[in-house]
Structures are given as C-alpha cells and as structure tokens.
Design a protein around this ligand. Structure first.
Ligand code: IVH
Length: 675
C-alpha cells in the first residue's frame, strides 16, 4: 500500500507527542494529560503502524516490547569500565576522604551529592540519539546484553530529545534499574499466589526482572531507571562540571534523581546523608546510602582511579538496620564444638522485615565490654544474612540486675568449663549431650551426609531418649526404636530410615566433613579426600604427611592428626564402617555442567548456602577452590563480595552473579507471562 506523505507526518507527530508526554511524566514528574488520553495517542499510533508496517522504526514508542524470547544474553564489552565505589559507614572516613580530595582539587571544591540507589547498574549506548544497546554491569568490563528488556522500561527513552545541548554521535551512560518498593511488594504477592518463588528484596526483583530471557516478562514488572554518569561520549558538548553533565542528561530525556544536591563543606555532606537517612523509609525506592562525587571534572582526571574505585567519589552508606528492644534473658548455648555462646532472648522486634527474638552476644568478654544485663534496653542490628547482634546498651537505669557471669560448669553436662582467652569451652566432647546433638545435626546437614528428616526436634528426641549415643548409632536405628518416640508416625520413621540408608555410601570428602574435625570445613575435607583418596590412608597420616596437602597449614594438620589419634574417634569411625558405611573415593566427574572447571565463591548467596552451592558444583563435575588464581575458571560473586572479586578482575577471570550461576545449574527462574 502506498504511504502518503500525510500519513508519514501524522505518525511522526504522534511519536513526538508520545515522547514528549513520556518526558513530562518520567523526567519532569509533571504529567500534563490523563492516562486515558495518553493511551488513545498510543493506540492511534499502533493502528497506523499496523496498516503501514513499512513506517515502523525501532525507536517508535510502540517497539518497547519487541523480540521473541532469547536463548541466552550475548556478552557485551562496555565502552568504558563500570567502576565500583569505595564505601564507608563512619563519618570519620568521610572527613578523611574530603581532606584527601581537597589536597588535589583545591580547597574551594564543590561536592555533588546523590542517593545511592540499591538496584542493578546498567550501561546504555545511544548512537545519533537512538538507543542501540543496553547491558548489565557484569564484571565491570563485560556485561550481558539486555537491550530488549531495557527497552521495555518506560523511563528509558528510545530516542534522545533534541531541544537541549547537542546530541552526541555516541553516548554511553550509566544508570541504575530499580523497582518501587510498592511494586516489589505487589509483584511478590502475585508470585506467591501462583506458588512461584518470591524475591528477597527490591534489588533482587529488579535484577531478576532485567535478566529475564523473555522481554514480555520484564515489561510486566514496572521497572524504573535513574541515570547518574556519562561513561563515554563522542561529538557532544564539553562538560566542565558534573552538574552540567547531569543537566544535559535530563535535557536529553534521561531521568536523574530529584534528590541530587551540591555542597561545599564536609558538614554539608554529613547533613545530606543524615537528612536522606531519616527520610529513607518514606522514599519510593530502596537506597542504601549516598554517593559523594567531585563536581570538577578536570580535577577528577587528576585524581584518577585505583584499579577498582575512582578516587574522586565515595559511597557513604547508611548504618545497618537497627532497632531497640529489651533483653529478657541471657542463655548460654553449647555448640557442636563445645564452645559456649551467650545469647540474648529479646522482646521480639521487626528489623528490616524480619522478626528477631534472639541475638548473639558472642562471648564472655563482649558481654562484659558492653555491660549487658537482663532488663537492659539495647540496640540490635541485623546486617544482611548474618545472625542478629546486640551492639550496645541504650539509656541508663538506676537499678539494674546482676552482671552476667559465664557458668563454671557446662549447662548441658555439668563438666567444668575451660577458658581459652575470651572463649569458654566444654571439654567433654561427644559425651556432652549438647555437643552430641550438634554433631548429629551436623552429620545430617546438606553439605555432610544430607539426611533429610534429621531436623532439630528429631535429633533432640534421639539423643535425649538415649537411642543415639554416637554418630555410629544412627546406622543401627530400627523402625521399632523410632516408634517408641513420641510424635513419630510410621511414615516419618520410614522416611528417616530410608534417608539414613541413602547416606551409607557418601563421598569421602562429605564423610570427613561429617566427622566434624575441628577447623575442617567442607572445602578442606574435599582437599583431604582428593589428596589421600582413601580413609585409612588419611587416618594413618602424620602431621608431616598432612602438611604437604595444598591449603593445609600447620594448625590444621595438627588438628587432623590429633583427631585421628584419639581412640574414641577411631572407634566411632570403625563402628560406622562396620555398620555398612562405605565412603567412596572421590571420582572425578567428567560430565556435568561444571565438568573440568574450577569455581570460586565470594560474597553471600540468597537462594542457598555456600556449602550447598559448592556441593552442587561438585555434583556437576566441577572443582571448588577457596582462592582465585590463574587456574580459576569462574568466580561466583554473591552480595557484598570480598577481595576475591577484585583479584578475579585483576586476573581477568570470568565473574558471574548468583542468578547466572543458578541458571547454569539449570535452576528454572521464576517465569511469568505478561502481567
Ligand atoms: S556512581 C565511578 N552514583 O552503587 C562512579 N553509583 O559501587 C560509579 N550506585 O554498582 C558509580 N547509585 O551501581 C553512582 N548515584 C549513584 C549510584 C551508584 C547507586 C551503585 C552503582 C555501583 C554501586 C557502587
């Protein structure tokens, strides 16, 4: 069908109008027309394009949800590295940073202050004003191409506005993809209703939504973007200051935060942080601090960057989430290794969405240092996945209870306690019921023999009735024994016995880990298994023979040798073997998704524990190592990764995040049709 000039002009006019309303809505936050009217414009454009397909261009507002689902995301090399920020929580560190930068940038400098959005960092590339590519941060050098998904985000212009500064020939900008807290909650409610896995926090929801292979799913997630940096530019205006750069972004239609400010003194910086911190809970988006940036771009160049962080910017994070409550009791727990830990029983409080009723007090010296007593009002923090901790006493009471003292005898077996510096330990080993319970639960844990059904209550019942007096007793349990236990139905006893049977032929590494040798974690246990190959060879090895195992130092070799030197330990192992437990020599898997690859984990994972993740890699034929070297094939970086990430980057080792790792494991991601 011939397309008249009139139709062409009408299409262009509609697109211009729609883009303009997008700009008013997203960037200026001042919509001028009601949604219904916007929808009419949009439908009019869709209808004309349907009748004249030759007029459809990739940057038409109708093309936000384009292509079919992808099989995988293409790798993309960024035009400039996406650096990360050095981060601090202590105002003294901010003062030091301020003083350091002033020495280079001059004493009359300007600070540019921004919220630190807690989302997913993206690079967007515009050529001649048209969005051509979008990618995730990845390892900072290379990310995943997520163009189709990013195009679905309303706040991302497919074309830059032309009525501001000259539009660059090529522009790479950095921004953060986010989801509103309200939309996150609604999304989770929808997912839960359908029985699908939910997201732990808005950041995971935003990241998970961007990394969907089907753009229609992303389109249904209501993502948002804020832009905060120009990564690379050719043929555009020259900026001298960062505020000019941010103004240009806005003029081009790239939304910046309405909370951005400037300051000239370090006091301005601290005040901005405090103000935003206090308003944090009223904001639509999750932020985890503020970002302080030097406004003078020439001075930025003089300061340059370390290998990872620019020296001209700093993330000043908010303190971890804390609430106050009252200590109702202080109890002492005896762990699997006999260590005594004082634990505060609290009036339950919600901290960052989780109800907390117990918090660790670490050890005797910590309780004394903080002078914590029953009845005290205290501040409790919870940072990420770690166990909640009582940080300090608040307020003064005139009449306080007695100071806490560690018991002199083990609360479980009454054996006199041995002091080891700040620590207290029950030396009674597996003859102590608390330690025995810990040991049995440990044997059943996923990274050890993985015995389903051996939960806390069951262990409690097995030990306290005397049915299980050692690890070896697990392997002689009979249905009749279990039936004697209260609340143990036929089905659950059958299941438990089956699970125990299924654990009779573990990998040697798992068996060694299950033994609970002091200092021997899952990784060390595997190293030992790989080196010795057979249980008897390891049991007979002396310290010198142990020390040649890579990664085993003098302290560990002494610990292992001592463990196998004890007659009681040898007897329990022999009983296990006599009762049909046969640890298998480690066979190197040659098949599986990680066959032949050495994987290193850093940071914390949200979908599974580190031990489980490692076990999965091994099951898929891979090796797990604790440190990054040139031999490492892959680094999996969870939340708050440590120095291993930097080392991986320095060595050019590929890095993936948790979602990608799960995908490689073959875990299905939550999938939805358009919502
Ligand atoms: S500037 C070189 N500004 O925080 C400057 N980052 O490591 C690099 N972030 O992954 C970043 N809000 O994704 C900057 N206003 C903001 C930010 C911001 C959030 C993220 C960014 C980065 C992390 C810091």
């Amino acid at each position: 069908m011939a397309t008249s000039r009139g139709v062409r002009a009408r299409v262009e006019a509609l697109r211009r109008e729609i883009r303009h309303h997008d700009y008013l809505y997203y960037v200026l936050d001042r919509p001028k027309i009601p949604d219904a009217k916007y929808d009419r414009l949009f439908r009019a454009l869709q209808q004309i394009e349907a009748a004249h397909p030759s007029l459809v261009t990739p940057d038409s507002p109708t093309q936000r949800v384009g292509g079919a689902p992808l099989a995988s995301f293409p790798g993309v090399r960024h035009l400039a590295p996406l650096l990360s920020l050095d981060s601090v929580v202590d105002p003294e560190d901010v003062r030091r940073f301020d003083a350091r930068v002033r020495q280079v940038a001059g004493h009359d400098l300007v600070w540019e202050l921004e919220p630190k959005f807690d989302g997913l960092s993206l690079e967007l590339v515009y050529e001649d004003g048209r969005l051509v590519r979008a990618s995730t941060r990845g390892d900072g050098e290379r990310g995943e191409g997520v163009t189709e998904n990013v195009k679905t985000i309303g706040a991302v212009p497919l074309r830059l506005r032309e009525d501001g500064p000259r539009v660059p020939r090529r522009l790479a900008v950095r921004g953060e993809a986010l989801i509103r807290i309200k939309d996150f909650e609604q999304l989770n409610a929808r997912l839960a209703k359908r029985g699908e896995p939910t997201f732990a926090n808005p950041r995971n929801a935003a990241a998970g939504s961007i990394r969907q292979l089907d753009p229609r799913v992303t389109a249904g997630r209501r993502l948002e973007v804020f832009f905060y940096d120009v990564l690379a530019m050719t043929g555009g205006p020259r900026f001298r200051r960062s505020v000019e750069m941010l103004d240009a972004l806005r003029a081009w239609g790239l939304r910046t935060s309405g909370e951005n400010r400037t300051g000239t003194t370090v006091e301005d910086v601290l005040a901005y942080h405090d103000r935003l911190g206090r308003r944090r809970h009223t904001l639509a988006f999750e932020i985890d601090g503020v970002v302080i940036k030097l406004d003078d771009l020439a001075a930025r160049d003089r300061l340059r960057a370390t290998s990872r962080h620019p020296r001209w910017a700093l993330a000043y994070k908010f303190a971890p989430r804390a609430e106050q409550t009252v200590i109702r009791d202080i109890r002492v727990q005896v762990g699997r290794t006999g260590l005594l830990t004082p634990v505060a029983v609290l009036d339950p409080i919600e901290i960052g969405g989780v109800t907390v009723s117990r918090a660790t007090l670490h050890n005797r010296e910590e309780v004394a240092r903080k002078d914590l007593r029953i009845g005290d009002t205290v501040r409790v923090v919870r940072a990420g996945d770690v166990i909640p901790e009582v940080v300090a006493r608040i307020g003064r009471r005139r009449r306080r209870g007695r100071a806490f003292t560690m018991p002199h005898r083990c609360p479980s077996c009454r054996t006199p306690i041995v002091r080891e510096g700040p620590l207290d330990r029950c030396p009674n080993g597996l003859a102590c019921p608390a330690q025995l319970k810990g040991a049995i639960a440990h044997v059943g844990s996923r990274a050890a023999l993985d015995i389903r059904g051996l939960g806390t209550e069951t262990v409690e019942a097995l030990v306290s009735t005397g049915l299980v007096r050692s690890v070896a007793d697990l392997f002689t349990l009979k249905a009749a024994d279990l039936r004697r236990l209260e609340r143990f139905a036929d089905v659950s006893s059958r299941n438990l016995l089956d699970a125990i049977d299924g654990a009779r032929h573990p990998d040697l590494g798992r068996f060694l880990y299950a033994l609970g040798i002091p200092g021997v974690g899952a990784a060390t246990a595997r190293d030992l298994a790989a080196h010795f190959g057979r249980l008897d060879a390891l049991m007979d090895a002396d310290e010198a023979a142990l020390r040649v195992v890579p990664g085993i130092g003098p302290a560990l070799s002494a610990s292992v040798a001592t463990f196998f030197g004890r007659r009681q330990n040898r007897r329990i192992i022999e009983q296990c073997l006599a009762r049909g437990v046969t640890p298998r020599a480690p066979a190197r898997a040659t098949r599986g998704r990680f066959a032949g690859q050495t994987v290193v984990f850093t940071g914390s994972l949200s979908a599974m524990t580190r031990d489980e993740a490692e076990a999965r890699v091994l099951a898929e034929g891979g090796q797990v190592s604790g440190s990054v070297s040139r031999q490492t094939d892959l680094v999996v970086a969870g939340a708050d990764p440590g120095s291993k990430l930097a080392r991986a980057r320095a060595l050019g080792v590929p890095v993936v995040d948790e979602r990608t790792f799960l995908k490689r494991l073959g875990r299905r991601e939550p999938r939805e049709a358009s919502e």
